[in-house]
Design a protein. Structure first.
Length: 275
């Protein structure tokens, strides 16, 4: 596959699951997949895991079905559900860490299908190898290996050194046109997202995010996704409003209330998508 193939970062999918708490009661908890990307026509589900976990396979199955539902095709009596490719990325390794993840689907007629993928164990990859092979999505997960050090705050020089290395290499690749400005901003943003997650506002957060150029609230890709969703909602509201015979004023009010845009932006959408 060529290195310049188009890669899209997709919104992570989530679902609600019922978990038992320490006192025996039940509570609903939202589970969200880590990372979804689309390369050409194929969707890839990437899950980051700190250590081996017996529930990982069933969680992958749940995430995969939710993702597959988005591109399913159905008609009376038949549905085609294209399952995404998946990979579990293990930040740490123990003697129990599996080399692959397998989900076996069995059916009443005796059929059995193995849905499996090789796992990625980051401890086996050096930072130099990640840059050399341009495995850029692994960088945020690589940094996650320092979670305990960053939380304790006792010794963060190793993560500082690795962040500095990745920053310098990302900038070099951008200067050599191997990474576009948007890709560089996205990558630094993803790394800072991991940092802000594991530091959770502690004393190390500011120092670490500043290595990657400071806090990035939204990556460029996230901005494009958000804008695309906003435009789609605006177009739908305008078309439905005009179909129902609403006045322009009522439609503008609906745009402001339903999708939270300013009056100026609402007017621009009405001009763009109205009859």
């Amino acid at each position: 596959m060529p290195l310049d193939v188009k890669v899209d970062v997709l919104p992570s999918e989530g679902y609600l699951t019922e978990n038992e708490t320490a006192d025996g009661s039940k509570e609903l908890e939202e589970q969200i997949s880590d990372f979804l990307i689309k390369i050409r026509d194929e969707v890839y589900l990437l899950e980051c895991q700190s250590y081996d976990d017996g529930s990982m396979s069933i969680r992958i199955a749940e995430y995969a079905f939710i993702v597959a539902r988005q591109s399913a095709v159905w008609n009376i009596g038949k549905a085609t559900i294209p399952m995404p490719r998946f990979t579990v990325i293990y930040v740490k390794r123990t003697e129990k860490t599996p080399k692959e993840t397998t989900i076996t689907f069995t059916f009443p007629d005796g059929q059995s299908v193995d849905y499996k993928s090789d796992n990625v164990i980051l401890e086996e990859l050096t930072k130099e190898y990640i840059i050399e092979k341009m495995l850029f999505p692994y960088i945020p997960f690589y940094i996650a290996r320092y979670e305990k050090d960053v939380i304790s705050g006792d010794n963060i020089e190793a993560v500082v050194d690795d962040l500095t290395y990745f920053r310098n290499e990302i900038i070099r690749l951008n200067n050599e046109s191997e990474l576009s400005d948007g890709e560089m901003a996205d990558l630094m943003g993803f790394v800072n997202t991991i940092i802000t997650h594991i530091t959770n506002g502690n004393k190390n957060e500011e120092r670490l995010v500043n290595i990657m150029g400071g806090r990035v609230i939204e990556t460029q890709t996230e901005i494009w996704i958000r804008q695309g969703m906003e435009q789609g909602e605006a177009k739908m509201l305008i078309k439905l409003g005009q179909k129902d015979g609403l006045s322009d004023a009522a439609i503008l009010n609906s745009l402001q209330e339903e999708i939270g845009v300013s009056i100026e932006r609402a007017e621009a959408y009405l001009q763009q998508y109205g009859k």
